[in-house]
Design a protein around this ligand. Structure first.
Ligand code: SF4
Ligand code: SF4
Length: 374
């Protein structure tokens, strides 16, 4: 059986139609569902779920993309580190395309700086071993999903006695962001789709305080279209029954407790940072991790403190990424969407990241303008 065979069952049109019919039959009132993760936004847009599901189901996009929520000042940190002599900067995904205050890592690379976009974080160790006379800085990003990999890298760097590898840690945590959005009181959200990747590591228990505090059902959902539709059905049923609990649609990989070994590894090397300014959302206490003090020799923020800019920077004034990440607006509401701002010429991070809501709307949004609130 191939990977395609495994996935196809979760994309079966008949199964999708049957789920849509059940949701239509059972949904009695308007439900605003925030998909916390950009991966879900892409599934919703790619498979046209907004069009298949009844109008009463409204998807609202959330803060779950590590590229989208990275504030400009942190990107400027990466740019400053990459600009140091004798340095290789490595990072993941679309991070190199996100504009900082004056330039991007991609532009800097075109100017000759050694900036590497990695497929696997483990390559950092290899790069450090192959370049003993250079500083290798890993600009680590991601939610709870990727944090254990960074912890393994620190563990390996120590075990191998590497002295030329440093970590700029930007690992963010989902529950605090969701709590910040809900406590802000602006977003009208009745339920959440929880990202299953995150819960594979953390367990679904991390959402229990949110469900209880805000009386919002949370369904941890896989990323295939029938996963999302089954999760929506479970949300509809909870709301009909007056319930607000955490439910686990992705039982094939997620448990309540999660991966205890990975959690222990993360706790060994990282601790909560007191404050972190999320792009567009603002300061969220205890929502990010940093290296523990005993690993200061590996901490790029400490070792290279003198080159790091200290200024806080806001988005371009036309960009409404902040409101999109808080569930208050949709990409079609942005006046420069698809005009001054496109994936090849992005003004904000939501258009850069392949998981960003603006990028998803640009790629798949022509299917329908149902998402527009303007
Ligand atoms: S890291 Fe995982 S949870 Fe976060 S946006 Fe990517 S896929 Fe979603
Ligand atoms: S379309 Fe561009 S400028 Fe507008 S919110 Fe999205 S990323 Fe920002």
């Amino acid at each position: 059986m191939t990977e395609v065979d495994l996935i196809e069952g979760f994309r079966d049109p008949e199964h999708m139609k049957a789920l849509a019919a059940l949701i239509k039959k059972e949904c009695k009132s308007k439900i605003n569902i925030m998909e916390v993760c950009g991966g879900h936004t892409h599934t919703i847009m790619k498979f046209g779920l907004s069009q298949i599901l009844p109008d009463l189901i409204e998807f609202v996009h959330g803060p779950g993309c590590p590229v989208c929520i990275m504030p400009k000042e942190r990107i400027d940190h990466a740019i400053a580190l990459a600009s140091m002599p004798n340095t290789i900067l490595a990072t993941l995904g679309d991070m190199i395309r996100v504009p900082g205050s004056k330039t991007s890592l991609q532009k800097l690379r075109a100017e000759g700086k050694d900036i590497r976009s990695l497929y696997s974080p483990m390559d950092v160790i290899k790069i450090a071993q192959e370049n003993p006379d250079k500083n290798v800085v890993f600009f680590a990003i991601g939610f709870e999903t990727t944090t254990p990999m960074s912890a393994v890298l620190v563990q390996q760097a120590i075990a191998l006695g590497l002295k030329n590898v440093f970590f700029h840690i930007n690992h963010v945590t989902v529950p605090e962001a969701v709590d910040a959005i809900m406590s802000g009181g602006d977003a009208k959200i009745d339920a959440f789709l929880g990202p299953s990747h995150v819960s594979v590591i953390t367990g679904y228990k991390i959402y229990e305080p949110i469900a209880e505090k805000y009386h919002t059902p949370v369904v941890v959902s896989g990323f295939e279209p029938t996963d999302v539709m089954e999760s929506v059905l479970r949300i509809v049923r909870q709301i009909n029954e007056g319930k607000s609990v955490v439910d686990n649609e992705y039982a094939r990989a997620v448990s309540r407790e999660g991966n205890l070994k990975a959690q222990e590894l993360v706790n060994t090397y990282f601790k909560k940072r007191e404050h972190f300014r999320w792009r567009g959302i603002g300061d969220i206490p205890k929502s990010t991790l940093k290296l523990r003090a005993q690993y200061a020799a590996y901490d790029a923020e400490i070792v290279f403190d003198d080159v790091l800019p200290k200024e806080e920077l806001n988005d371009h004034k036309m960009c409404i990424c902040g409101d999109i990440l808080k569930g208050k607006a949709k990409p079609f509401d942005c006046k420069v969407f698809g005009k001054a701002c496109t994936p090849t010429n992005p003004m904000g991070s939501c258009m850069v990241s392949s998981e960003g809501a603006c990028a998803a709307y640009f790629k798949y949004g022509k299917l329908s303008l149902k998402g527009a609130t303007a």
